[in-house]
Design a protein around this ligand. Structure first.
Ligand code: KE4
Length: 433
């Protein structure tokens, strides 16, 4: 029975008259999957419901924050209890140090952390801090990695290796990206070439240690270690953007999984428990350059607000106290789900390759392997779109883009993943009909 969409369609038309594209973040417009976006009205555990009453098994989890599922009772209680004492004071509160303490316990290299309200603010501030600390201007990022929408980080790869990034968005003057070098991910030679060309001029290398934003792409064996060695040799700061991977892949994030320690870590998503929180942290010797202690200015009206702190504390305490059960279960459940769908695709003759680390994954519609943006961009986005729509019509809500990561939460069950595999079998059958 086809999904009812009339109310979402009406809501989308209303929103489009007042909000660009009817959305407050572009990917929510479902443009690349050629499908009208459902307007979501409720979430509970691993499921969400739209305005037409359709129920979906959710593998987006608000793009990563909801590792504990929707409306977790402990999180809801923490937020409502905090709200009953007021929502924001623009003054220090005990809860900020409570959240900082848990984060510092998870990331041993972090001695101090500053909270902001988004991952974009976290990476923008970390870049500014790295430039001040090193007194250098250039930064290196990698094609296919996304670190939020700060001007200096919205760049397209230059034509050749180690060429300067060109603006990846209208409204970003080339002067704002002239010090940004975009390199291919998983290519150590390209990094060495950049450092040879911009000797002693590179302030920082920022990287998603496991990329989520070209779809899930893990680091090649030894790659993160090589980035660590090159940046240490060159007195350049290594920034791990763990906005997505922090507390997702392990309680200590990707740096715990791969045993590589950056100079600065940026965070977001899970540390806010579903409310707006970002953060950046590192050794006091670097972090103490941030105002009011030092000359690096950064501020925010709602940074560290009590509601967001309460939500983050509730989720991180759960992850900390139950980590020996939570992460192995997420690993096992996600590994089986991802592999079973790959087997279904193979049985249906659909070219599919999967990348997965822990409970974040992507099914790429290409025979693969997918190791960087060049290989990810070979994926057949139209086939993905057809798969996405066929899964949505069977109540499975995947990220609406081939170049995004999907997430499993602690609320997902074996029955949920069996339902998902069965839906994939049906989807592949229709795609090859
Ligand atoms: P926000 O400003 O969206 O909170 O965080 C930016 C950011 C920074 N670093 C990494 C590794 C990220 O994944 C993100 C944001 N991720 C996207 C999902 N691909 C957010 C979804 C959206 O843009 O609506």
């Amino acid at each position: 029975m086809p999904r009812k969409t009339e109310i979402s369609r009406r809501l989308a038309a209303r929103a489009a008259g007042m909000i660009p594209g009817g959305v407050n973040s572009p990917v929510r417009a479902f443009g690349s999957v050629e499908c009208e976006p459902p307007f979501i009205v409720r979430g509970q555990g691993a499921r969400i419901w739209d305005a037409d009453g359709n129920e979906y098994l959710d593998y987006v989890g608000s793009w990563g924050p909801l590792i504990a599922g929707h409306a977790h009772p402990v999180v809801v209680k923490a937020i409502t209890s905090a709200a009953s004492n007021g929502t924001s004071f623009g003054a220090s509160t005990p809860s900020e140090a409570d959240l900082a303490e848990i984060i510092i316990s998870a990331f041993p290299h972090i001695e101090k952390v500053r909270f902001v309200s988004s991952g974009t603010e976290a990476t923008m501030s970390a870049i500014r801090l790295a430039r001040a600390y090193t007194e250098r201007k250039y930064i290196v990022k990698f094609s296919g990695c996304y670190h939020g929408h700060a001007d200096a980080l919205l760049v397209k790869a230059g034509s050749g290796v180690a060429t300067l990034g060109i603006p990846g968005s209208a409204g970003v003057p080339e002067e704002f990206t002239q010090f940004t070098i975009a390199l291919p991910f998983n290519d150590v030679d390209a990094v060495e070439q950049a450092f040879a060309k911009f000797k002693q001029q590179i302030a920082a290398v920022i990287v998603e240690p496991v990329v989520g934003n070209m779809g899930c792409v893990p680091p090649a064996p030894g790659y993160l270690r090589a980035l660590r060695e090159v940046t240490a040799r060159e007195n350049t700061l290594l920034i791990f953007d763990e906005v997505m991977t922090g507390f997702r892949l392990a309680f200590g994030g990707a740096q715990a999984v791969y045993g590589v320690t950056p100079d600065l870590t940026t965070m977001g998503k899970i540390i806010g428990g579903g409310l707006p929180v970002g953060g950046y942290g590192g050794p006091a010797g670097i972090m103490d350059m941030v105002a009011p202690l030092g000359p690096v200015y950064q501020a925010g009206t709602l940074s560290g607000n009590p509601l967001a702190m309460a939500a983050g504390i509730a989720v991180l305490r759960m992850l900390r106290d139950q980590q020996n059960e939570i992460y192995p279960r997420l690993e096992k459940l996600t590994a089986k789900l991802v592999q079973d769908v790959v087997l279904e695709a193979s049985g249906a003759g659909v070219p599919l390759t999967a990348n997965r680390v822990g409970s974040m994954f992507t099914w790429f519609f290409t025979s693969g392997p997918v190791t960087d943006w060049d290989s990810a961009s070979q994926a057949d986005a139209k086939s993905f779109a057809g798969f996405f729509r066929a899964m949505l019509d069977q109540s499975i809500y995947l990220p609406p883009s081939q170049f995004e990561a999907a997430f499993v939460s602690t609320a997902h069950t074996d029955a949920d993943t069996r339902q998902t595999v069965a839906a994939a079998r049906q989807a592949f059958a229709t795609m090859h009909a």
